[in-house]
Design a protein around this ligand. Structure first.
Ligand code: ATP
Ligand code: MG
Length: 393
């Protein structure tokens, strides 16, 4: 029955003169999402609305699932298009529509007509009244409630006539790309994919960097990160994933620095390297999956130590989230099952039994001086040998 969708968007409506930029970005993201669906679709932007019109047969559920992943959409309304063949015929068609969409007729309703085409013989008040009467005649169980109806029946008179009453909630947020770009430190864990999803939901496009430590971390561990990036890309569009070989840097820190400071010093080098790639790729910030107190390297003192090496802002969307809340989001967005696969991660391999939980910045800086001889060279090599994978599904 449905061949079109009316896309509702919330916050982008507020953007004044720049509104078209947001709408264009939203159209781009919708096109990307629909590419994966069977069928052909045309997008139309008319008078502050976006319509998706199917040009061929399509799978309704598949399209709705895809649209539910497009940030910036607040609601997805399946629309029936009708030719204008007179008001009588419209009433018949609307009654048929209600009959099919609402098998249970024990409902209240309100007709909301909008007459965008002014030469239509009835004005919107008349349409509301007459259509309401016709519906009451057809279905004796139904009744009118103008304040809080179960069914808000929208009738829009344009070249064609559009009828809709269902609003499927979208994900909200802002279209990806309208908020600039950031570099996500993506590990194989539960947290960082969720952090990437959350920052992207605010319209930020993401690139990602993964620190790989072969042979201590396996190809499978790397593939797991690629798979996570692919899942996140369903929401964000393609993700440029930079894979850095971190082994030599990690070994060097292990050799030269106190073992209880290894994690924190490693994290500082990850941030430094991520920042260099961020600067080369026009990213405006770094994003991590850290949350206060979750592990030793995420105490407020440790966060001072990692922030210390960054000039770019570090965004930590999960900073105040409990693990359980993060797990729930990862289940909802589809990353959880992949995140819990048991492959090793480079932070766990050399990790000390009792890592410092309250590192002193001056002490850390002093111990890092032990790395002076080779570290710049090692960082340079790591950057020169990085691998770029474009994660998309
Ligand atoms: P996650 O579940 O995201 O792995 P975590 O709870 O394991 O997080 P840490 O290992 O302390 O926490 O890592 C903190 C953050 O540092 C991660 O959320 C991620 O952003 C980044 N990070 C850690 N290890 C790596 C890695 N190997 N490559 C890229 N980023 C990493
Ligand atoms: Mg981790």
């Amino acid at each position: 029955m449905f061949k079109s969708f009316l896309i509702k968007y919330a916050e982008i409506g507020l953007k004044g003169k720049n509104r078209y930029l947001f709408e264009d970005a939203l159209v781009q993201q919708i096109k990307y999402a629909l590419k994966k669906c069977d069928g052909e679709f045309a997008l139309r932007k008319t008078s502050g609305r976006i319509y998706v019109d199917a040009q061929t047969d399509f799978d309704f559920d598949e399209v709705v699932e895809s649209l539910k992943k497009v940030f910036g959409i607040s609601g997805i309304c399946p629309v029936v298009q009708m030719e204008d063949e007179g008001f009588e015929k419209l009433c018949e068609d609307v009654i048929k529509y209600i009959d099919e969409v609402y098998p249970d007729k024990n409902k209240t309703f309100k007709v909301m007509a909008r007459r965008a085409r002014k030469n239509y013989p009835l004005d919107s008040m008349e349409i509301n009244a007459k259509m309401g009467g016709a519906i009451l005649n057809a279905f004796s169980e139904m009744s009118v409630d103008v304040h809080n109806p179960d069914i808000m029946l929208n009738i829009e008179i344009r070249e064609k006539i559009y009828v809709y009453s269902e609003i499927i909630p979208g994900p909200g947020g802002m279209p990806v790309g309208t908020g600039g770009k950031a570099m996500l430190l993506l590990s194989g864990g539960i947290d960082s994919p969720v952090a990437g999803y959350m920052i992207a939901k605010r319209g930020v496009k993401i690139d990602a960097v993964y620190f790989h430590a072969p042979p201590y971390t396996s190809e499978r561990a790397k593939q797991k990160v690629v798979d996570l990036a692919k899942i996140v890309s369903r929401y964000t569009g393609p993700i440029y994933l930079h894979v850095i070989n971190f082994t030599d840097i990690q070994m060097y820190i292990y050799e030269k620095c106190p073992h209880d400071e290894l994690t924190i010093i490693m994290r500082r080098y990850m941030m430094k390297i991520a920042q260099q790639i961020a600067n080369e790729t026009e990213c405006l910030g770094l994003v991590t999956g850290e949350s206060i107190g979750q592990v030793a390297s995420q105490t407020m003192q440790s966060l001072i130590a990692t922030n210390d090496v960054c000039d770019l802002p570090v965004y930590r969307p999960l900073i105040a989230f409990d693990k359980q809340d993060i797990v729930e989001i990862s289940e909802k967005i589809g990353t959880y099952e992949t995140s819990i696969l048991p492959y090793e991660d480079c932070c766990t391999i050399f990790v000390a039994k009792h890592p410092v939980t309250k590192p002193n910045l001056n002490v850390i800086r002093r111990h890092e001086e032990n790395l002076a001889e080779n570290i710049d060279e090692l960082v340079k090599t790591a950057l020169e040998t990085k691998e770029l994978i474009i994660a998309t599904e």
